[in-house]
Design a protein around this ligand. Structure first.
Ligand code: FUC
Length: 761
């Protein structure tokens, strides 16, 4: 039984939140697995409403000074009134994501069903629906292939001539869609949003049958008396190709060179290149529960049960989702990855960049899926020219800026008309930190050189935008602390403010990245000096009246103390400005901050809970890590293991996975920490090939909750500063090497390409 590498069920999915996702990075499908009437909800990552729009509000600049003055005078509602009209986007909303359609496999003539098994194998990325009826065993296998650009469905039976199936595509309401027959075995399906610059798509559906008869009836294809039936589905849009119809047709033609088994093999080989890179193994404490179907395993956790293998499965599923939803050349993972069946999905299923998109990529580097972050970097490049115009038109600043959302055209103007979220000029800055992260993990100087201009340009915006507050510190204004609202002493409520803590922290990290990059590349030292001077004048994390890290420059109370965003702890995770070893007082204040949020009902959305896991991991608290992973599984995970905000939102899957590995390995403040937050329940286990900043690949084993051994591969010859809570020696090529003990760390030089064994003494 594959306890940690398979999702499986003995029932078909009744709704979306039970269906299983497959993805080629670009084409996605959600499989319900009903033998009689199966549905596969289809997506293609570039099917969005409309096209690019210039939405910068031309009234912003003329009101900027006034808004700043009002905020300095603490006339908050007056400032907010102006911002609401003069800063919001025109129109207020960006474009949104939409489905491709719903493919139907109709076998309503089947008899009673026995032995239904619906599964998703994470080791092969193959979804299977298997069942028996009238003594015949049927199998449907579904793959979404990156190398061959199609979603492929294969229907088999173990008795010749017993497949009778009606195939059809439907499901986009009346959005200008055409469903036209090409031939007896092929359907051409196309549509879109119309308009000059709208997205249009083309999809071909080809049916290949062994023996039997294939015939078209209107827009349905019927295959009767067949031994085996394969369906290939392609899709392309004018987002990528002018002649997208031809491309979609070509995808089918190319895929037709292979049998289903060949397509499957090519798909598995491609997938395994990524999936097989890392492994986390925790011992099975489930007392037999890990053998149950996935939905029952989740129910077991809800009932207070244990199942470490389900935690492993959660980690593996996140890696699966990243490989299925973010590949070179695709768009980045949106709020639902690539899987959405609503014409008007929640929050437009866009890229919300005040945490959600960033969280999607939190586990990418540490789990060895580094190159799967490229779609994110491509999107940043799309945002750059737009963000340059937004910076100029709204604020008369250099550089490029983006607010708290973007779309596939890299729209940078504010989104929504919602004071706690809309006016936040930090989106591009936060995204750019992923560029630096990529460098820190890979130490790829060519990449850094190529992207230096991007992070520099993000920083240039703040060189112009920051203003001095009354204490002479440099702060953002106007901005918000995402997406919280404060109470002033007089009882007024406000969101707009001067210098929220998170902004200063993101800018600190951004400036530091540019400074470090300029040092690594040996360029631009004058600019780096300028940033150093400015960085000194940024407000640093401060402790407030509840012993917490202050969220705003003024120590306001929150209207909602259990708010889902814990923005002021950006400094603890993902950044490392606060840490147990380097800033213990601030670390205690961070603890108080989380406790305060949680005691007021915090952590109630999936992504918020996932963030909390990472925060506890950074505070080295294994028990809290465990407690919050259990809460994530129990209350914020749908039956199909996808994160439940609610509704389904994929960030929690990735944030949760990041938290699981963060408990086992951290690389912060130039130190590599083994087993920093090991929960008691993870008594025995191991991990293989997790990546660490500094260009290290790390494997480690522990027994009875104690470190037993590790292997560190140095990929770029950096000095290793190792923290492990037991005395160890370091060996290279079987020989003990010289180590220095410094400030609680074991420090040793490494040579690129060499492996270092860490053994207890
Ligand atoms: C932010 C969050 C919400 C949700 C939305 C997509 O606005 O505060 O909880 O995740 O993004």
């Amino acid at each position: 039984m594959k306890k940690s590498t398979e999702l499986w069920y003995d029932k078909w999915a009744e709704d979306w939140n039970e269906a299983l996702p497959v993805g080629s990075g670009r084409i996605g499908g959600m499989i319900y697995g009903n033998p009689y009437y199966d549905r596969i909800s289809l997506n293609e990552d570039s099917i969005w409403s409309g096209g690019y729009r210039k939405r910068n509000n031309k009234s912003a600049l003329e009101n900027l000074q006034k808004v700043r003055e009002l905020l300095f005078e603490e006339k908050i509602s007056e400032a907010e009134d102006i911002v609401r009209d003069a800063f919001c986007g025109t129109p207020v909303n960006q474009r949104h994501y939409m489905p491709l359609g719903e493919f139907v496999i109709d076998q309503r003539g089947l008899g009673d069903i026995q032995n239904l098994r619906r599964s998703l194998d994470l080791e092969t990325a193959v979804a299977t629906v298997a069942f028996t009826t009238n003594g015949i065993n049927y199998t449907r296998e579904i793959i979404a292939s990156y190398p061959d650009n199609v979603l492929a469905i294969n229907i088999k039976a173990d008795k010749k001539g017993s497949i009778n199936v009606r195939l059809h595509i439907d499901g986009r309401d009346d959005y200008f869609d055409n469903n036209s027959p090409v031939s007896d075995d092929e359907i051409f399906y196309n549509g879109g949003m119309g308009g000059e610059d709208g997205i249009n798509f083309a999809s071909y559906i080809k049916v290949i049958a062994d023996s039997g008869k294939v015939k078209r009836w209107g827009s349905f294809i019927k295959a009767e008396g067949c031994d085996e039936v394969t369906v290939l589905i392609s899709c392309q849009t004018n987002y990528r190709f002018t002649d997208y119809k031809k491309e979609a047709e070509r995808d089918i033609k190319k895929a037709l060179r292979f049998t289903f088994n060949e397509l499957k093999e090519r798909h598995i080989n491609d997938y395994k290149k990524y999936y097989d890179r890392v492994k986390i193994e925790l011992y099975d404490n489930s007392e037999g529960k890990s053998d149950l179907p996935t939905n029952e395993r989740l129910a077991n956790i809800q009932n207070g049960g244990k199942d470490n293998k389900l935690i492993e499965l959660y980690y593996n599923f996140a890696r699966y989702l990243m490989i299925a939803g973010s590949r070179e050349g695709t768009l980045p993972l949106n709020l639902q990855g690539i899987w959405n069946n609503e014409m008007w999905p929640a929050w437009g299923c866009k890229f919300t960049i005040n945490i959600n998109t960033e969280m999607n990529y939190w586990p990418a580097e540490s789990s060895g899926l580094s190159e799967l972050t490229f779609p994110l970097f491509d999107l940043i490049e799309k945002m750059r020219p737009n963000g340059r115009v937004t910076a100029k038109e709204m604020y008369d600043c250099k550089g490029f800026v983006c607010h708290h959302n973007t779309d596939i055209w890299g729209d940078t103007a504010p989104q929504d008309l919602w004071m706690p979220g809309t006016q936040w000029p930090m989106g591009a800055a936060w995204l750019c930190l992923h560029i630096w992260e990529h460098y820190m993990f890979t130490k790829d100087k060519d990449f850094l050189k190529e992207k230096y201009g991007t992070i520099k340009e993000a920083s240039e915006f703040f060189v112009d935008f920051l203003i001095e507050n009354k204490n002479g510190q440099l702060v953002t204004c106007p901005s918000v602390s995402p997406e919280n609202t404060y109470l002033t002493e007089s009882g007024a409520k406000g969101s707009l403010c001067i210098g929220p803590s998170m902004d200063s922290q993101i800018i600190y990290e951004l400036f530091t990245s540019v400074i470090n990059a300029s040092e690594v590349l040996g360029i631009d030292s004058d600019y780096a000096d300028k940033l150093r001077t400015m960085r000194d004048k940024l407000p640093k994390p401060e402790i407030g009246k509840y012993g917490q890290i202050k969220e705003w420059a003024i120590d306001y109370d929150e209207v909602e103390p259990g708010h889902r965003h814990i923005s002021q702890l950006f400094a603890l995770y993902p950044a490392d400005m606060i840490s147990v070893r380097k800033t213990p007082e601030l670390a205690n204040a961070a603890r108080a901050t989380i406790e305060r949020r949680l005691s007021h009902g915090g952590g109630h959305t999936g992504w918020s809970r996932a963030w909390i896991i990472n925060l506890w991991a950074r505070l080295n608290d294994g028990e809290k890590v465990y407690e919050n992973i259990a809460a994530l599984l129990a209350y914020s995970t749908n039956k199909n293991m996808l994160d439940n905000h609610p509704p389904f939102q994929i960030d929690g899957n990735f944030g949760g996975a990041a938290g699981i590995s963060e408990a086992l390995l951290q690389s912060i403040n130039q130190e590599l920490i083994l087993l920093p937050a090991l929960p008691k329940e993870w008594e025995n286990g191991s991990f293989e090939n997790l990546k660490a900043r500094g260009g290290f690949t790390v494997s480690c084993k522990w027994e009875n909750s104690k470190f037993s051994e590790a292997l560190i591969v140095s990929n770029s010859g950096e000095v290793c500063r190792l923290i492990v809570n037991t005395p160890v020696k370091v060996l290279c090529n079987g020989e003990e090497i010289f180590c220095e003990e410094k400030d609680g760390a074991i420090v040793f030089n490494t040579i690129s390409g060499k492996s270092y064994n860490i053994k207890t003494v």
